[in-house]
Design a binder for this molecule. Structure first.
Ligand code: SAH
Length: 214
């Protein structure tokens, strides 16, 4: 497959949906999403759809990955991110995109099978600033913080307190949360010296945030 050409078309569609940040669009055009999905799904890798990655989990839609990272960059003074905490490594795709816009990426996964899959997907790419962690992301990872950005690929009923605690002042968190009727919406939280400010954005559909390891 001429993956550069199909990836460019994917990025054009993402831009048409309103993501204009050139840093995000470049990162999305550089990371080869087809390397993160099973071989049977390779020809769907650049469609704007979530795809199964095993153990009942999914790789997020590219447009949603781009949208969430663009939201994080909206408040980054230098146009890039410092240390980032990602909850839900899954296959490692979003971590690879994040690694191109952030100084360090700490990515947590609670399922051993997917933690291992991400490790083997990422190994050949030799990305030095991704730290894969097997652990309950609801607890965050204080040793890597405080974080300029926290991004979750799994949605719970509320935001775990450790995420708020581990966010740096001036930092931003983007995550799905369950709202009325059991549906999910994206929530953005900014941490300031005075406290937190929260915005509820569009409806989204992510896998559930679960506690503990498996
Ligand atoms: N960013 C991923 C998306 C994976 S789907 C990618 O690019 O592929 C979300 C992932 O969140 C799933 O793998 C799920 O196992 C994981 N997850 C759910 N609750 C979690 C928790 N408490 N800690 C860490 N990972 C969690």
């Amino acid at each position: 497959m001429d993956s550069a050409a199909v990836r460019l078309r994917m990025v054009e569609k993402i831009a048409a949906q309103g993501v204009s940040n050139p840093v995000v669009l470049r990162a999305m055009s550089e990371v080869e999403r087809h390397l993160f999905v099973d071989s049977a799904l390779v020809n769907q890798a650049y469609e704007d759809t979530s795809l199964p990655i095993g153990l009942g989990q999914t790789i997020s839609k590219p447009s949603v990955v781009a949208r969430m990272i663009a939201l994080l960059l909206d408040v980054a003074p230098s146009g890039r991110l410092g240390r980032v905490l990602e909850i839900g490594t899954g296959c490692g795709y979003q971590a690879a995109v994040l690694s191109r816009v952030a100084s360090e990426v700490y990515s947590m996964e609670r399922l051993q099978g997917l933690h291992d899959k991400a490790r083997s997907n990422l190994r050949p790419l030799r990305i030095p600033n991704i730290h894969l962690l097997l652990g309950d992301g609801m607890l965050g990872y204080p040793a890597g913080g405080p974080y300029a950005a926290i991004i979750s690929a799994a949605g719970g009923d509320q935001l775990p307190q450790p995420w708020l605690d581990q966010l740096a002042v001036g930092g931003r968190l983007v995550a799905p949360v369950v709202v009325a009727g059991g549906k999910q919406a994206l929530v953005v939280v900014d941490k300031t010296r005075q406290g937190y400010s929260q915005q509820l954005l569009e409806a989204v559909h992510f896998v559930p945030l679960k506690s503990g390891l498996a």
